[in-house]
Write a protein that binds this ligand. Sequence first.
Ligand code: NAD
Length: 695
Amino acid sequence: MAGTVHFESRGRIAVITVDHAPVNALGRDVRAGLVEAIERFESDAAEIAVIHGAGRLFIGGADISEFGKPPQEPSLPDVVNRIEACTKPVVAAIHGAALGGGLEVALGAHYRVVVPGASLGLPETKLGVIPGAGGTQRAPRLAGVEATLDMVTTGTPVSAARAVEMGLADKLGQGEALEAGLAYAEELLAQGAGPRPVRAMDAPAHDAALFEAGRSALQKKLRGEVAPLAALDAVEATTKLSFDEGLAEERRQFMKMMETPQRAGLIHAFFIERKVAKLPEIEGVAPRGFSQIGVIGGGTMGAGIATASLLRGLSVTLAERDDDAAARARATIEKNLAAAVKRGKLSEDKRDAILSDALSCVTGYDALSGADVIIEAVFESMDVKKEVFRELDRVAKPGAVLATNTSYLDIDEIAQATSRPADVIGLHFFSPAHVMKLLEVVVAKETAPEVTATAFALGKKLGKVSVRAGVCDGFIGNRILAHYRAAADAMILDGASPYQIDRALREFGFPMGPYQVGDLAGLDIGYMTRQRKADQRHEKDRYPGWADTLYEMGRLGQKTGRGYYIYDEESPRGRPDPEVEEIIAREREKQGVTPRDFTDAEIVERYMAAMVNESARVVEEGIAQRPLDVDVTLLYGYGFPRHRGGPMHHADSEGLATIRDRIRRYAEEDDHFWKVAPLLDRLANENSTFASLNG
Ligand code: NAD
């Protein structure tokens, strides 16, 4: 027998152990081993078998490294069917996790016992496919349609207790999974229980209205993602067809999903998220310890950063300018923590302990002298930041990491305000900082490797996805954003409406269009940025004069009830405003532009071309070390649709020559903005991809 699955006969009970570290993934050997073990059990004297997993979980799922390769026998559906067809009863004893194919194996067994701490789920749609070994057919027979739909369309696993409650498992056992499995097997033997294949159970009745409602809710939510809808179709099949026909339909949907570019995009996203923190410069470098975090400034960002730290068990001292501001910061943090309690992320006791022991909001910097990492989040002004860092240099203990949350400013220059530039680094959080997953770790010229390592360790502690960035105006994300926003503004000037642009990009998969984002963040931010960069303006830059007009009219976005959109009771999420169209029309006239029509497709192409072109420059200059760093940044901080994998992956799938040629065409109208990035040109000429640079 393959060494990955063991069979042991213990009198009346046979024990089948899946033993394939680290996660008992269902590679070929495990699949073959399971079939062999069942065959051996059938010819053995034992009367009941218990399948369990060695190590920390039952079975983690399919072997992802086999994805996209020619299938090898036996297939997982065959394995599950074989277990189910066993002539003697089979029990699955689940601890840790039974995910995807792992849960499908358990559903092939005749009985299931789970122990506390286990999670059971069918997360396939998160990788762009659907369960392919009967999960969509068997789960509804045990748990009903609604609970199954929830599990397969969201991909979110359920707890052991919930699995029993919904009928997915029969019993909540105690102790080790094997112990619980053996105890349950004894019980079943005593009852004289026989095999109980799920396929023989009644399917839930077909409820067309339920599926229609589910389908339309998903369509609204998914923005073009297809796998959850295919999973829903497969579940519906089980309520309309025979079991075997339903299985065939599931298989058909599964194969269809395997062929979609979305699957490739989601798998790319999955892998790069794991690769992004692997950096040669910090390999083997020990991070400094940290438990005390100092935060300077308790506005939007400072309060969010403090909340994120407190939620992860760190102590925070927050310094503000005066008592009122310190009290406001404390109130914001209390509000954030209350929301966490409400969402069930934090117990009331813990919240109370945090507020009495772990947080202090103070004035003056002396209280920061004990902090291991100090994160500055004061106003975005070089003079203010330098002043803060001079003070920090005075009070911070030796070895403290001094970080800035600046969005754009030159961190090398900030570091020079201290006598210890090696300890200075950028930690660029995104708003709201306790919610958004992205953290740009901006490594300055003199930053020491162990300071970078500490930043990554802190990011991990805070549950963030950290990306290494270099110093430039806007680092990775905001620099690329500035460029594609400029492309969008140029389209407005040339005749597109902001509402059409927003709609086209939502259709592409962004949760919001750029002008909705502008309204949310506040149009004053863009205005300040234009002011800050006024002296760098080139005479050929296309200037969004209407945006200055909106600012001057006090139309700052959601916070003033008006920006590009009108926000009121009638339309809390905003509705287009003809007055904005008039303001834009006047600006076109002023600039002597004759407006033209854009198709939605052209809008997306230009927006993406600008994004990809600037991304290529960011990689070429070493601001991002690899294309995958850009993809992670845009996915986690800028709402880039995950099923498209990130801008670099998207560009690869469109073909780099196609994008390069588009840019050349746009350059015929505007050769100032549209210049092909040399890296894009080179890769296009070589018929290569950005992925080839990911290592
Ligand atoms: P904010 O205006 O909401 O908060 C700044 C806070 O700093 C204020 O409460 C102010 O009282 C305090 N402050 C100013 N000078 C101080 C000093 N010398 N000592 C102590 N406290 C002082 O600003 P914000 O939006 O939180 O932005 C803070 C920083 O974070 C900026 O550098 C900004 O560019 C950056 N940032 C902002 C966002 C965002 O979306 N708002 C996102 C990422 C980064």
